[in-house]
Design a protein around this ligand. Structure first.
Ligand code: GLP
Length: 244
């Protein structure tokens, strides 16, 4: 779906999420949201916060699972995705702290493998993700599933692509400060969500979105796997869709 501006599009995506939260709440059920960081979802979170404050949208039945986190990364660091999510959403709504799941960037090397299995299991045990919000990186990554990621991959640690580290460099005041690794939900984890919305804004995403949407499915552009998902919408602004 192509919108003239990302603003209008973000409001509609936020409305879809809000409706889902309300529907689940009316049934007394938890709503499992897979959430993304980066600049793309910021306006969606802004609108959700507005709906909480002005329309009484409650997050009491929401369990969130974030896609990824740098490794190593202290949660108090302003570059952490933990910090980002609290700043943009969690500090401003009534989600229960125990219902917030963000991969722990401080997990030790020996605990990492089991930690990732547990993260994956927790999503499955609670019934799977009802909704997964995604951005896209210039490498075609979703979460931090860089080129080479397997279709069936689960939550795991991954080595970041050089292009991803270049894109993150301004936030870290130089590429040397950008972590080389991350924990990310896998392609399999994302693909098991009942509904997926990928946000793409701006001209810098136009080339990778053309490959993602019109190119052949390949591990070299992990976002192309989404072509095989039966309930995914790519929500783009006109600049991001300019190569389609
Ligand atoms: C990071 C995140 C991704 C995100 C991507 C794009 O790499 N791990 O989940 O989609 O950035 O970021 P932005 O939305 O700022 O373009």
């Amino acid at each position: 779906v192509i919108f003239e501006s990302s603003h209008k599009a973000s409001i509609l995506v936020a409305q879809e999420i809000a409706n889902l939260i309300r529907e689940k709440s009316a049934l007394n059920k938890l709503c499992l949201l897979g959430l993304a960081t980066g600049s793309s979802p910021v306006k969606v979170y802004e609108e959700l916060v507005r709906m909480h404050k002005e329309e009484g949208l409650s997050f009491a039945n929401v369990v969130s699972f974030n896609l990824d986190e740098y490794l190593p990364m202290d949660r108090n660091n302003i570059q952490s995705y933990f910090y980002f999510m609290h700043e943009h959403l969690f500090n401003h709504v009534d989600i229960l702290p125990e219902n917030i799941n963000i991969p722990d960037g401080k997990v030790s090397a020996e605990d990492l493998y089991q930690y990732c299995i547990d993260y994956e299991m927790k999503i499955k045990t609670l019934g799977g993700l009802d909704f997964q919000l995604l951005g896209i990186g210039r490498t075609g990554h979703i979460g931090f599933n860089e080129p080479g990621s397997h279709f069936n991959s689960g939550t795991r640690s991954i080595t970041l692509d050089h292009i991803t580290r270049i894109d993150a460099a301004p936030a870290f005041l130089g590429i040397d400060n950008v972590p080389r690794k991350a924990i990310t939900m896998g392609i399999g984890t994302v693909m098991s969500a009942k509904r997926i919305v990928l946000l793409g804004w701006g001209i810098s995403k136009a080339k990778i979105l053309k490959k993602t949407i019109e190119g052949k499915i390949t591990s070299q552009v992990p976002a192309t796997y989404l072509q095989e998902h039966n309930n995914t919408t790519f929500v783009l602004d006109s600049d991001a869709s300019s190569e389609l």
